[in-house]
Structure formats: C-alpha cells, structure tokens
Design a protein around this ligand. Sequence first.
Ligand code: PMP
Length: 392
Amino acid sequence: MKGFEYLEQELQEMKNKGLYRSLTDIQGEQGATVQINGKELIQLSSNNYLGLTTHPRLRKAAIEAVEKYGAGTGSVRTIAGTFSMHEEYERRLAEFKHTEAALVFQSGFTANVGVLSSLLTDQDVVISDELNHASIIDGIRLTKAGRKIYKHNDMADLEQALKETQEYRKRLVVTDGVFSMDGDIALLPEIVELAEKYDALVMVDDAHASGVLGANGRGTVDHFGLHGRVHIQVGTLSKAIGVLGGYVASTKAVRDYLIHKARPFLFSTSHPPAVTAACDAALDVLLEEPELIEKLWDNTKFFKKGLEELGFDTGRSDTPITPVIIGDEAACMKFADELIQEGVYAQGIAFPTVAKGKARIRTIVSAVHSREQLEKALFSFGKVGKKLSILG
Ligand code: PMP
C-alpha cells in the first residue's frame, strides 16, 4: 500500500546506522535458557529476576483461575470489571508494602502515566531525574504541572531545583528506584531528606526493585528503611513478579483519586483472572521462598565479579542489571550477534534507549541460572570481547 514511503526511508536510515532492531521470537518458556531459532541459549536479557514466569505455584494459580472464572473480565474496573480477587490482591499488596492502600494498573508503564498525568495540576511541578524511565517521561509530558529535570542522582542539582520551585503549590520529586539501563540505585535517603527540607512529595518507581531489593523484595523504600516517608511507590508485576501489571502503593486518598482520575486505569479493561491469581501466588512465593532472592544476589555477585575480572566496563551497577559498556552502536550489535553464536542471549541496547556512544550489552542474571550457565556465559563474553578487540 502506498503512503508510508517516509517511514520506509527512516527505517532504512536506522538500518544504515545499525539502530534497527528486529523482534526476537522465543519458542517455549521464558527461563534460565530460551529457544530462539531452534537453538537453546542462556537467557541474560529478561527481567524474570526470580524465575517466577514458570514457577509451579504461579502456573497452578493461573490455571485454576481460568477454570473458575474464565479467560477475561469483559469490562474496565470502574464499570463491571472489578472482581473480588482484584480488590483482595490490592489489600494484600498494600499490607506487603506497608502502605495504606494499593491499586493495580494494566502495566507499570500505565501506572506511571496514570499517576503523573492525574495527580498534579498547573499549580504544581514535577522534578524528575534525567535517567528516569520512558513511562515517567511520558507521564510528565501529559501533566499540566510544570517540570524540572535534575542531573542523574545529583543531589546538589536536585536541591537547586527545589530552591527554584518554591512558588509552586505542590512539588513532586520522582525517581526510578533502580535505574533500568545502568542498574544503579537511587540515592533515596538523600532524596527524602531534601524533599522533607523543602516540603516536597516523593515518588519512586520500583520496577526493577520489586522482588529484588528489601525484605522479601519489598523494594527500595524497605531497603533503605524509609517506610512512611515516600509518598508514592510505583512498581511492576511484570519483572521479578513474573506476570503482568503495575501497582501504585500509597494512601487511601491517592488510591481513591486515581480510581476516579487516572485515565489508563479508567479506560482500559481489567486484568484477566489468571493474571491476578498468578500475581497473588507470586506474593506467597516472595513471603515463603526468600531463598530465591538470596540466590538472585549470589548469582549477581558471581557474574558481576566475573565480568569485571575479564576487564569489561560494567558502569555503576549495584543490582542484578549489569551493563557491559561497548560504546559504539554497531560494535555493540555485533557483540550481541556473536554472543548468540556462542549460545548466549544478551541483547544490545543502543540509542535512543541509552545516550549515543553509550551502547551496551545489558545483562540480567536470575535466581534460576545455574553456576555452570553463568560460567559458560562468562567464557563466551571473554571470547567475543577478545575477538572484537573490546578486551585487550
Ligand atoms: N519503569 C521502569 C523503570 C521500567 O524499567 C519499566 C519496564 N521497562 C516500566 C516502568 C514499565 O513496566 P511494565 O513493563 O510493567 O509496563
């Protein structure tokens, strides 16, 4: 069909610059290994931190929910799509997070967009870390509030932003808890102190901290002992929790307000019963199988140390997300292709997801990787690094 030649041209330009990405089909399950093009590869690219995507308790809960309630809910939450299980899960989640209330959105992305686009008015301002996730950026694009961006994890710059915005009614400081491309943790205690000093609100996006940091995976607020001092915690049910969804844990008033005003919540159908039941089972796993989180951190330390000993630049990561910084976009994509030949799936991430010249292989280990798999992956990284002269 004619009419989209301009898109074809842009796609071709992306191909010429090595920025074009095709979707990779996985045949089978998401686990420590995956089948891609008929080949079994060690999976180092998924956010399945605890291996819960295939955990027997989640599978069972999902199957039973389908049998009992069917495949879908047939409505948005506010009309006829709230089942008892949705509300019961939100109660449990709030209790787990030590907050008054929680509300589940269709995804972490829509949770951020829903909160940021609805809670602030043109009398308010949002103050955001420059490396915050795309969903925070898009939420900010939709708010009527003013906006200010501070340098990544730079507390002097944040303080300056707080000083310059004193005339606004409400100020909301928003940060990722764990930054998704570098794996570093927000300086949340310092952020909270500054926010208290300047009477601002704090929101943290714990997408990569839910199920990873804090007691039983309660997230960064728990990790730093900041309960009651962070106003809004957003998180995802799609990464360590292994299923799908986003949540907002906050006060009853915030929950109530979002139910009435957050457009992604209001105008999109609720989660199928299998999704909610599996998330509920995942909560049981977090509470009853803490050894999974211990294994995740054991594997993280082992793999990170291995990459560093090989001589790779792993940036400033403190978490299971370990970037292997290559720099040049085309070299990075070549590195990822070579890794596939070696039996390792670790995707290259390039502009616009990260800054130009900062292309990287982003690795994420999980609790279900065996030591042998991680050793094999390290061997492959070393081999490809030498072949492509990334390593000396
Ligand atoms: N926030 C951050 C920091 C993320 O990394 C992601 C996922 N890429 C999201 C939010 C969105 O979560 P979800 O995949 O559940 O939409």
